[in-house]
Structure formats: C-alpha cells, structure tokens
Design a protein around this ligand. Structure first.
Ligand SMILES: Nc1nc2c(ncn2[C@@H]2O[C@H](COP(=O)(O)OP(=O)(O)O)[C@@H](O)[C@H]2O)c(=O)[nH]1
Ligand SMILES: [Mg+2]
Ligand SMILES: [Zn+2]
Length: 299
C-alpha cells in the first residue's frame, strides 16, 4: 500500500493512504540502508506501507520513493560544508510569504528562498500577505521575471480563493520569516485547523526547530499545505558561481556571453550580467542579492 507522510515526529509517521491515516514506524532494515541520508522519511514523502494490525491502523514503512524535490534547511557544518535537514518533500509549490506591512520586507531573504526553490526546480510563488495594511509595489519586479505573486490578507480574506486555486490538488509549503502570517493563512484556507498564530507561538518556535512537529495539512477541497516555523535567516550553502547565477531566472539569458567562461559576474571585465544590470535589464537589488549570497559562499 502506498501513501503520503502527513506528519513525522520522533520516529513515528502518520501516513495518508487515501481513505484513512495509518500510524507507522520505519522498518529496521530501512534505517540501516538509509543511514547516510539525513532524513529517513519526511512529510510529503511517498512511502510503501505494510499493515501490521487487523484493523489496518498500524503499519511499517518498507520503502521511501525517490523524492521529486525537497525543501531543505541548510546549516553550516564546518569549512565549506553544510548539513541538510529536509523539511518537506515532493512539493508542487513553495510559497514564500512576505508581509506588505510588518515585519519589514526583506528582499535578501526572499531571494534566498527563491534560489533554494530554483536549485531543486520547485515552482515558487510569492505570497504578499497583509495587503490590507500596505502597498505591494515592491513585488511587481518579481512578476516581471516570472514568479506568480498572490496578494492576500489572512485578516479580511482577500486573495484566499486565488491561493486555494493555485494549490489545486497539489502539495504546497509556506515559508518565510516569523510574523508574516503563514499560520493565519493556513487557518483561512482551512477553518478549524487552529494553527498557532502570533507572538507567543513564535517565541516558542525559536528553540524548537528540530523537535517541532512537521505536518502536512489536507485541505477540504483538495491539496495539502505544510506550515513551517519562521526562518529569520537561511544559512549559506555551498554552490558554484555558475550554478548560483542560474538560479536567477533573469540572468539566464546572459550566461555564457561574458568574456571569461568562468566569469563570476562580480568584477570581471566584459561581463554580460553586469552590463545587463547597468542597462536595467536585471534589477540592481536582485544582483545585489546574488553578490551577497556569493560572498557567503566564499567565507
Ligand atoms: N493586518 C493583517 N495582520 C495579519 C495578517 N495575517 C496575519 N496577521 C497578523 O500577523 C501576526 C503574525 O501572524 P502569524 O500567522 O502567526 O505569522 P507566522 O509567524 O508567519 O505564522 C498575527 O498577529 C496575525 O494576526 C493579515 O493578512 N493582515
Ligand atoms: Mg506560524
Ligand atoms: Zn559575467
């Protein structure tokens, strides 16, 4: 029987097999085989389950199917290396949530999330929440480079139907800094869910990133959404310059046109990317994000 992991907590898994949820543990053999893998099974994983009780409520996970993609948190783990913690697998959408009012717009963090999505070819969209409280001009430039922008208000319901339509019957995850309204959006999408909203829950989240229950919530009309704890910062992750530039869709047309084939688009003469920035074809803010992420890499 094949299912999807909806919840994972200290070696226990809740797997949706279509008509019910089966409570599972991992087969011992699987633990051995996958020892090198940081995360044996995570929410969003497609798994093979063997039932172990008459009622069919308890099972064992025999196998984890190959992941189509995964959203991972990367933490520095020594010189040039990093440790990866997979948060959710097999995403159809990564929704990067930013607020139109508070907390203040953080383009660097937004760009980091978008790079992470591009790296794993996860379709990304921007959710500009709290549209009831602020302007959304700063998101137009992202629409111009191809990212869908959904303007929402978890407070008054603006844009919630559009968000639901975008999710469809797919799997989506909300990511973004604390306080932008991820949990509030989830509660709007699925009334009665009771995702913890506000300052108190976020304070608790701080020290609990690794022990917190990860959960994929089914929506009544179809689709699944994962809430993730607020991330203030994403750690640097090792990435060659050529690959990083490729994670900026607006830079792609210019790659290969620089004088030096190994151009890092930083100080080299006759750089097609820098020329495009000077000509206004690439936004200076996005180019600045590129340089900053690169600088982190080099540290
Ligand atoms: N005005 C306004 N406030 C919102 C909106 N969405 C969330 N909030 C408020 O922002 C704060 C943080 O919301 P929360 O959902 O906990 O954010 P999270 O940390 O991203 O999960 C709470 O006080 C919410 O009531 C919105 O669309 N408009
Ligand atoms: Mg939250
Ligand atoms: Zn260049």
């Amino acid at each position: 029987m094949i299912g999807r992991v909806l919840r994972a907590q200290s070696g226990q898994y809740w797997v949706d097999v279509g008509d019910r949820t089966v409570h599972c543990t991992l087969r011992g053999r699987l633990k051995k085989e996958r020892r090198a893998v940081t995360d044996l099974a995570v929410i969003g994983d497609r798994v093979h389950v063997e039932l172990v009780d008459e009622a069919g409520d308890e099972g064992v996970i025999d196998a984890v199917e190959e992941r189509r993609n995964r959203f991972a948190r990367r933490q520095p783990g020594g010189r040039g290396k990093y440790k990866e913690q997979v948060v959710v697998a097999n995403l159809d959408w990564l929704f990067v949530v930013m607020a139109c009012s508070k907390p203040p717009f953080n383009p660097r963090l937004l760009d980091r999330f978008l790079v992470i999505a591009e790296l794993d070819a996860i379709p990304a969209a921007i959710v500009a929440n709290k549209i009831d409280e602020g302007e959304d001009d700063r998101f137009a430039s992202y629409e111009a480079i191809g990212y869908p922008v959904l303007r929402t208000s978890a407070r008054d319901g603006t844009g919630i139907e559009a968000l639901r339509a975008q999710i469809g019957d797919g799997v989506a995850a909300f990511v973004g800094p604390s306080g932008v309204g991820k949990s509030s959006l989830l509660n709007r999408l699925e009334p009665g869910l009771g995702a913890a909203v506000g300052a108190i829950s976020e304070t608790l989240d701080k020290g609990r990133h690794t022990t917190r229950v990860a959960e994929l919530h089914p929506l009544a009309g179809g689709g699944w959404v994962a809430d993730t704890p607020g991330l203030r910062e994403l750690a640097a992750f090792a990435l060659p310059a050529a690959e990083l530039a490729g994670c900026f869709p607006e830079m792609r047309p210019f790659l290969g046109a620089c004088r030096f084939p190994d151009c890092t688009h930083d100080r080299e003469p006759d750089c097609a990317v820098r020329d495009a920035v000077a000509a206004g074809a690439i936004s200076a803010a996005r180019y600045d994000s590129y340089l900053r992420i690169r600088a982190d890499e080099a540290r």
